[in-house]
Design a protein around this ligand. Sequence first.
Ligand code: FAD
Length: 439
Amino acid sequence: MIGVVGGGIAGLAAAYRMQGRGYDVQVFEAADQLGGLAATYETAGDDIEKFYHHLSKSEETIVELAEELGLGDRIEWRIGTNGYYVDGVVHPLDTPWEILAYPHMSIYDKFRLGMLTQGIDVRGLVPDFDAYDDLAEYEHVTVREFVEEHTTASVYENFVDPLLDGKYGHRKDDISAAWFLGRVRFRGERDLLRGEILGYFDGGFGVLLDALVDAVGRENITTDAPVTDLTVAEGRVQSLTVEHDGEEASHDVDAAVVATMPNVLESLTGYACDIDFQGAVCGLVAMDESLLDTYWLNVAHDAPFGALIEHTNFVERERYGGNHLLYVAAYVQDQTAELWQMDDGGVRETWLAEIESMFPEFDRSTVSEFRIARNPRAAPIYERGYLDLVVPYHLDREVGEGVYYAGMASAAQYPERSLNGGVVAGYEVADRIDASLDE
Ligand SMILES: Cc1cc2nc3c(=O)[nH]c(=O)nc-3n(C[C@H](O)[C@H](O)[C@H](O)COP(=O)(O)OP(=O)(O)OC[C@H]3O[C@@H](n4cnc5c(N)ncnc54)[C@H](O)[C@@H]3O)c2cc1C
C-alpha cells in the first residue's frame, strides 16, 4: 500500500495518479475536512474558499486534471479587475487609459514597468525580448536591486515597494527578484481592453476537490487521522502510524508521500527544511451592499491588511444567495505579529474600523456575517537563495528509500505557490514512485 500524509490538493492529486496506475493508496488527513488551504465554507449558495482563490491562464496541469475528471466545462475564465488604493483614492488599473491616468507614476515609469511586465529589457540600444525567462538568474538579487536597475527608482518606490510591504512587511528586503518576475509572469495574462483574465470553477474549487475525492474513493481516504510517525528501517520506509478514533494504528507501506508543510515532514522524519513561512489571516465578509468597484484592491498604506478582494465582483453574487462577499487579506511574517495575537473579535473590529476610515460611505450594519480563517504557514517567504532550500521529491538519500515529499516546500511551488503547483508536485511524486516500484 502507498500511504499519503495530507488530504490537500497535492496529496489528493498524488493519490489520484497512483491509483490510476493501479496502486493501492490510502490518504490520511489530520483535519475533519479535506482540501487544506483550499478548504471551503458553506454559503447561502455555492461553497466558497476560506482563503481567496483563482487560477491564472498560465496554469495548465490543473486544467488538464479538471478535464480528465469531466469538469473542463466548469472552469470559467473571467475578468478579475484590479485597483490600487493610494492616499485615500481607488485607482482602477485595468485598461490602458486607466493605467495612463494613474497619477503616482510618470509616463516614462509606466513605459519601463510595462516593458518589464512584457519580459522586454529596454536598457540596451536594441530591446531584448524574453529577457527574463531564466528565473534562476535572479535568485540572488533583491526585488529592489532588480526593479531599480531594470526600470527606475521611482517605479520601485511608488509602485512595487508598497505592494511588497503589504505582502512581506519587514521581510521585504529579503525577497528575491526571481519571485517577483515569476509573479509578474504568473499573473500576466490580460485582456488588453478589460483587465486580467483569471479562472474560477462554476461552484468553486470545492467542485474539483470533490471530484478528486470521488475519483480516489471515499473508502481510501480517512479524515480526522493525523499521521504521527513514519518508520524507516534498513534504509527504507516501513510503516505509518495513524491516530484515528482515539486509537493508534500502524500501516505497512511500500512508499509514503508526505504532502504537508515541511514542519510536519521534519516531525515525522527529522528532515529539516530551512524555508521560512508567513501566516495568513483572511476574513470573509458577507454584506448587503457592495464595497468596491474592483475585484482586487491592493492597499498602499500602513493598513492592518494588504488587500481587499470583493469576490462577488468576480463571480456573480446570485451564486451565494445574493450576498456580496468580500475577503480581507493580511499576511503576518511571524506569530509575534500584533494581528496574529488578536482574537477574532479584535481582528474584526480593527478591520471594520479601517474599512470605515478608508471608505466613509461604508456602513457596518450592512455586514451580515464575518468569518475569519487563519493559517500559520500560508506561503513560503521566497527569499534569495530559495531554490537551495526546496525539499527534494524523493528523500531516499536524506531519509530512506520510499519516502517522498509533495508539499509546499517542493520545487513545483516555486516561484509562487498555487493549486496547480500542488497538482504538479503530487504528479511528480506519483511518477517517481511508479518508476521506482516498477523496476
Ligand atoms: C490566502 C491564500 C490565498 C491563496 N490563493 C491562491 C490562488 O488564488 N490560487 C491558487 O492556485 N492557490 C492559492 N493559494 C495556494 C494554495 O491554496 C496552496 O498552494 C495549495 O492549497 C497547497 O496545497 P497542499 O496540498 O500542498 O497543502 P495544504 O493545502 O496545506 O494541505 C496539507 C494537508 O495536510 C494536512 N496535514 C498536516 N499535518 C498532517 C498530519 N500529520 N497527518 C495528516 N495530515 C496532515 C493538513 O491538514 C492539510 O489538509 C492560496 C493560499 C492562501 C493561504
